[in-house]
Design a protein. Structure first.
Length: 194
Protein backbone atom coordinates (compact mmCIF):
# COMPACT_ATOMS: atom_id res chain seq x y z
CA UNK A 1 0.00 0.00 0.00
CA UNK A 2 1.53 3.32 -1.02
CA UNK A 3 1.69 6.34 1.24
CA UNK A 4 -1.45 8.47 1.23
CA UNK A 5 -1.19 11.46 -1.14
CA UNK A 6 -1.78 14.83 0.54
CA UNK A 7 -4.56 16.93 -0.99
CA UNK A 8 -5.47 20.42 0.22
CA UNK A 9 -8.72 22.19 -0.74
CA UNK A 10 -8.73 25.95 -1.29
CA UNK A 11 -12.22 27.43 -1.92
CA UNK A 12 -12.10 30.32 -4.40
CA UNK A 13 -13.96 33.65 -4.47
CA UNK A 14 -16.38 32.09 -6.92
CA UNK A 15 -18.28 29.55 -4.75
CA UNK A 16 -18.64 27.22 -7.75
CA UNK A 17 -14.84 26.77 -8.00
CA UNK A 18 -12.47 25.04 -5.61
CA UNK A 19 -8.72 24.51 -6.01
CA UNK A 20 -7.28 21.14 -5.02
CA UNK A 21 -3.53 21.20 -4.43
CA UNK A 22 -1.96 17.76 -4.65
CA UNK A 23 1.36 16.68 -3.12
CA UNK A 24 2.23 14.88 -6.36
CA UNK A 25 3.05 15.98 -9.90
CA UNK A 26 -0.07 16.06 -12.05
CA UNK A 27 0.97 18.07 -15.11
CA UNK A 28 4.40 19.56 -14.30
CA UNK A 29 5.20 22.78 -16.15
CA UNK A 30 1.94 22.59 -18.09
CA UNK A 31 -1.64 23.80 -17.84
CA UNK A 32 -4.85 22.94 -19.64
CA UNK A 33 -8.53 23.75 -19.32
CA UNK A 34 -10.95 20.83 -19.75
CA UNK A 35 -14.35 22.37 -20.48
CA UNK A 36 -16.13 19.23 -21.67
CA UNK A 37 -16.10 15.48 -21.11
CA UNK A 38 -14.95 15.08 -24.72
CA UNK A 39 -11.80 17.11 -24.02
CA UNK A 40 -11.06 14.78 -21.08
CA UNK A 41 -10.91 11.67 -23.28
CA UNK A 42 -7.48 10.05 -22.96
CA UNK A 43 -6.70 11.80 -19.66
CA UNK A 44 -7.73 9.23 -17.01
CA UNK A 45 -7.61 11.59 -14.04
CA UNK A 46 -9.86 14.16 -15.72
CA UNK A 47 -12.20 11.47 -17.09
CA UNK A 48 -12.65 10.17 -13.53
CA UNK A 49 -13.33 13.66 -12.17
CA UNK A 50 -15.95 14.33 -14.86
CA UNK A 51 -17.60 11.03 -13.84
CA UNK A 52 -18.55 12.67 -10.53
CA UNK A 53 -22.12 14.00 -10.82
CA UNK A 54 -22.06 17.82 -10.73
CA UNK A 55 -18.48 18.38 -11.92
CA UNK A 56 -18.57 20.77 -14.87
CA UNK A 57 -15.00 21.84 -15.72
CA UNK A 58 -11.43 21.06 -14.65
CA UNK A 59 -8.44 23.35 -15.08
CA UNK A 60 -5.10 21.69 -14.34
CA UNK A 61 -1.82 23.54 -13.72
CA UNK A 62 1.28 21.81 -12.36
CA UNK A 63 0.04 20.02 -9.22
CA UNK A 64 -3.22 21.96 -8.83
CA UNK A 65 -6.73 21.29 -10.09
CA UNK A 66 -9.31 24.09 -10.27
CA UNK A 67 -12.62 22.25 -10.34
CA UNK A 68 -15.93 23.91 -11.26
CA UNK A 69 -19.24 22.42 -10.13
CA UNK A 70 -22.66 23.11 -11.63
CA UNK A 71 -24.78 22.40 -8.55
CA UNK A 72 -25.49 24.17 -5.27
CA UNK A 73 -24.19 21.20 -3.26
CA UNK A 74 -21.37 22.41 -0.95
CA UNK A 75 -17.75 21.47 -1.64
CA UNK A 76 -17.50 19.04 1.32
CA UNK A 77 -20.06 16.93 -0.58
CA UNK A 78 -17.52 16.57 -3.44
CA UNK A 79 -14.17 16.65 -1.62
CA UNK A 80 -14.08 12.99 -0.53
CA UNK A 81 -15.08 11.72 -3.99
CA UNK A 82 -12.53 13.99 -5.68
CA UNK A 83 -9.78 12.94 -3.26
CA UNK A 84 -10.57 9.25 -3.83
CA UNK A 85 -10.47 9.61 -7.63
CA UNK A 86 -7.15 11.49 -7.53
CA UNK A 87 -5.52 8.97 -5.18
CA UNK A 88 -6.80 5.99 -7.20
CA UNK A 89 -5.36 7.36 -10.45
CA UNK A 90 -1.99 8.13 -8.87
CA UNK A 91 -1.86 4.70 -7.12
CA UNK A 92 -2.61 2.96 -10.42
CA UNK A 93 0.27 4.91 -11.96
CA UNK A 94 -2.01 5.94 -14.80
CA UNK A 95 -0.90 8.53 -17.28
CA UNK A 96 -2.83 11.28 -15.53
CA UNK A 97 -3.07 13.72 -18.44
CA UNK A 98 -2.97 12.73 -22.10
CA UNK A 99 0.51 13.10 -23.59
CA UNK A 100 -1.14 14.67 -26.65
CA UNK A 101 -2.20 17.71 -24.60
CA UNK A 102 1.01 19.64 -24.83
CA UNK A 103 0.69 23.42 -24.73
CA UNK A 104 3.70 24.10 -26.90
CA UNK A 105 1.59 25.78 -29.57
CA UNK A 106 3.65 27.12 -32.49
CA UNK A 107 4.01 30.91 -32.22
CA UNK A 108 2.16 31.52 -35.51
CA UNK A 109 -0.81 29.45 -34.37
CA UNK A 110 -0.78 31.10 -30.95
CA UNK A 111 -0.79 34.59 -32.47
CA UNK A 112 -3.71 33.61 -34.69
CA UNK A 113 -5.64 32.27 -31.70
CA UNK A 114 -4.89 35.39 -29.59
CA UNK A 115 -6.08 37.63 -32.41
CA UNK A 116 -9.26 35.58 -32.71
CA UNK A 117 -9.99 35.96 -28.98
CA UNK A 118 -9.33 39.71 -29.18
CA UNK A 119 -11.66 40.04 -32.18
CA UNK A 120 -14.47 37.84 -30.87
CA UNK A 121 -14.42 38.21 -27.07
CA UNK A 122 -12.55 41.36 -26.05
CA UNK A 123 -12.75 44.15 -28.61
CA UNK A 124 -16.55 44.12 -28.99
CA UNK A 125 -16.84 45.04 -25.30
CA UNK A 126 -14.07 47.64 -25.46
CA UNK A 127 -15.69 49.18 -28.54
CA UNK A 128 -18.69 50.09 -26.38
CA UNK A 129 -16.35 52.55 -24.64
CA UNK A 130 -14.70 53.65 -27.86
CA UNK A 131 -11.58 51.55 -27.27
CA UNK A 132 -9.73 48.54 -28.57
CA UNK A 133 -6.80 46.26 -27.78
CA UNK A 134 -4.35 45.56 -30.60
CA UNK A 135 -1.94 42.63 -30.67
CA UNK A 136 1.71 43.62 -30.96
CA UNK A 137 3.43 40.27 -30.47
CA UNK A 138 3.45 36.94 -28.67
CA UNK A 139 6.78 35.91 -27.16
CA UNK A 140 7.43 32.93 -24.86
CA UNK A 141 3.65 32.58 -24.38
CA UNK A 142 3.44 36.19 -23.15
CA UNK A 143 1.11 38.52 -25.05
CA UNK A 144 1.98 42.17 -25.72
CA UNK A 145 -0.88 44.50 -26.61
CA UNK A 146 -1.45 48.18 -27.25
CA UNK A 147 -4.67 49.92 -26.25
CA UNK A 148 -6.19 52.65 -28.38
CA UNK A 149 -9.20 54.96 -28.50
CA UNK A 150 -11.06 55.28 -25.20
CA UNK A 151 -8.71 52.77 -23.53
CA UNK A 152 -5.56 54.84 -24.14
CA UNK A 153 -5.04 57.01 -21.08
CA UNK A 154 -8.14 55.65 -19.32
CA UNK A 155 -7.79 55.50 -15.53
CA UNK A 156 -9.33 52.01 -15.62
CA UNK A 157 -6.85 50.66 -18.21
CA UNK A 158 -4.96 48.48 -15.70
CA UNK A 159 -8.19 46.95 -14.38
CA UNK A 160 -9.32 46.33 -17.96
CA UNK A 161 -5.99 44.70 -18.74
CA UNK A 162 -5.94 42.34 -15.73
CA UNK A 163 -9.63 41.60 -15.13
CA UNK A 164 -10.82 41.72 -18.72
CA UNK A 165 -8.16 41.15 -21.35
CA UNK A 166 -5.73 38.91 -19.47
CA UNK A 167 -8.45 36.91 -17.69
CA UNK A 168 -10.27 36.26 -20.98
CA UNK A 169 -7.13 35.29 -22.88
CA UNK A 170 -6.03 32.88 -20.13
CA UNK A 171 -9.49 31.35 -19.95
CA UNK A 172 -9.68 30.83 -23.71
CA UNK A 173 -5.99 29.93 -24.22
CA UNK A 174 -4.64 28.19 -21.09
CA UNK A 175 -1.04 28.26 -22.34
CA UNK A 176 -0.87 32.09 -22.09
CA UNK A 177 1.41 33.20 -19.25
CA UNK A 178 0.97 36.97 -18.93
CA UNK A 179 -0.38 39.93 -20.87
CA UNK A 180 1.64 43.15 -21.04
CA UNK A 181 0.40 46.61 -22.00
CA UNK A 182 2.79 48.50 -24.30
CA UNK A 183 0.51 51.55 -24.53
CA UNK A 184 1.80 55.09 -23.98
CA UNK A 185 -1.18 56.16 -21.89
CA UNK A 186 0.12 59.76 -21.59
CA UNK A 187 -0.77 60.23 -25.26
CA UNK A 188 -4.43 59.29 -24.86
CA UNK A 189 -6.63 61.80 -26.72
CA UNK A 190 -10.08 60.78 -25.48
CA UNK A 191 -9.91 58.40 -22.48
CA UNK A 192 -13.20 56.87 -21.39
CA UNK A 193 -12.39 57.60 -17.71
CA UNK A 194 -10.03 60.50 -16.98
Amino acid sequence: MSEKIGITCHPQMDPQICMFEIAHDIYPGKKYSFKTREQAQGSPLIENLFAIEGIDQVYVENNSLYITKNTLDPWPHFAKQIGTKIRECIANEDVLISAELQNDIPVGDLKTRVQQVLDEHINPGLAMHGGSANLIEVKDNDVYIQMSGGCQGCSMAMATLRNGIEATLKREIPSINSVFDNTDHSQGQNPYFS
